[in-house]
Design a binder for this molecule. Structure first.
Ligand code: GLU
Length: 418
């Protein structure tokens, strides 16, 4: 088997959608190459006085529809191909839900669990200084992603503002509320997963309450999706994170799990309750459930998992969790996959609201945020659902088709410079 390359995975779906749209290579080859790729080295004075150097990246994939937008992740596996793929998925994601952004992504190759808070802050500031020429409210707007949070966004906003000489809240989204963050942003991605899950079951004439759900990943996406689906009456029977995977036949008491998670540094390891047993990561993905939510990293639904899994619906909370080979198997097996660029777009939609609020210097209440999130996300869902029939293709291809149409249209209107 060839080694997994997320950028190649993205390209293969892009080509598939382009062929359905009868596009010539020259109509869409601007999407095959990121506009800008930056690699920076970030020296950090560690608490013990030594200096360590970390490598960071920022990729701007495509800005034809607006400023680049996308998160920053801290993870030991971060590399240029991954960041390029994630940036391209952001261009497609913003286009499919029709918000006026292009796609970007950043990351630092680091295991943040090995760093103190002070070291993480210094690393974040140095990285921000390194990518400073690229970012700005009109150019490229970072946000949280794997292992980054509101605090990290606050440091980015402060570092950028110090260089500019005045406060620039609109340079990042996912900030703390006190410095221009938006209500509803922390929950937005998980809420979008809950909403798209509910919508797909509705289209399939199936009820949400009572649906058995397995969720891989218990961070900002998985935990919120679990909580909101639980509130909708779903039965969450399998959950897992980096520390362990757990199964509960009768369904977890998610409030109890969350209370434990809060007190256990954000990890599930050690959680105990009546009927709860530890399982393997593979067992979680292939558990006997109706709906599976991969909400961790790329490359988790591999061919082995795709052959063995029992869920009939998958809602992709993570970016790129399913390999293209696995995707074919899922299609053959008739498993419905709500693709990442649609299913997890709730986060960037509310990032857009945050940016709009920053630019206008006003604040929306939570109802305004959630109402508009639902409106934009479900409108996109319907458009993609319809494209499935029009183009007689899989859900993922349909999402790419809707997104590519908009990107190609914008590109054609603007023309090729010079
Ligand atoms: N990191 C999130 C994503 O992958 C959010 C990006 C954003 O809000 O800009 O969609």
């Amino acid at each position: 088997m060839t080694e997994y390359n997320p950028y190649e995975e993205m390209l293969s779906t892009l080509d598939l959608a382009a062929s359905k749209l009868n596009l010539e290579e020259s109509d869409y080859n601007f999407l095959r190459y990121p506009e800008r790729e930056l690699k920076v080295s970030c020296p950090v004075r560690m608490d013990d006085g030594t200096i360590k150097v970390f490598e960071g990246y920022r990729v701007q994939h495509c800005s034809v529809r607006g400023p680049c937008k996308g998160g920053i992740r801290f993870h030991h596996d971060v590399n240029m191909d991954e960041v390029k793929a994630l940036a391209a998925w952001m261009s497609l994601k913003c286009a499919v839900v029709n918000i006026p952004y292009g796609g970007g992504k950043g990351g630092i190759q680091v295991d943040p669990t090995q760093l103190s808070l002070n070291e993480i802050r210094n690393l974040t500031r140095r990285y921000t200084a390194g990518i400073l020429p690229l970012i700005g409210p009109e150019k490229d707007i970072p946000a949280p992603d794997v292992n980054t949070n509101a605090q990290v966004m606050g440091w980015i906003m402060d570092t950028y503002s110090m260089f500019m000489g005045y406060s620039v809240p609109g340079v990042v989204t996912g900030k703390p509320l006190d410095i221009g963050g938006s209500l509803g942003r922390p929950e937005a991605t998980g809420r979008g997963v809950m909403l798209t899950g509910r919508e797909v079951l509705k289209k399939l004439d199936r009820s949400y309450p009572g649906t058995k759900v397995a969720i891989q990943g218990y961070g900002n996406v998985g935990r919120v999706a679990a909580t909101l689906m639980y509130e909708e009456g779903c039965k969450i029977t399998a959950i897992g994170d980096v520390s362990c995977s757990l199964y509960c036949e009768d369904g977890f008491d998610i409030e109890d799990v969350n209370a434990y998670w809060e007190s256990n540094k954000g990890l599930l390891k050690g959680y105990q309750a009546q009927g709860v047993q530890e399982i393997t990561g593979f067992e979680l993905l292939t558990a006997d459930v109706d709906l599976l939510v991969p909400a961790a990293l790329e490359n988790t639904i591999t061919t082995d998992v795709a052959k063995a899994l029992k869920a009939t619906v998958i809602v992709e909370g993570a970016n790129g969790p399913t390999t293209s080979e696995a995707d074919k198997i899922l299609a053959e097996r008739g498993i419905m996959v709500v693709p990442d660029i649609l299913a997890n777009a709730g986060g960037v939609i509310v990032s857009y609201f945050e940016w709009v609020q920053n630019i206008q210097s006003l604040m929306w209440d939570i109802n305004e945020v959630n109402k508009n999130l639902e409106r934009i996300l479900l409108r996109a869902f319907d458009e993609v659902w319809e494209a499935r029939t029009t183009y007689d293709c899989r859900f993922r291809t349909a999402a790419y088709i809707v997104a590519m149409k908009r990107l190609v249209e914008a590109h054609n209107i603007r023309g090729v410079f010079p």
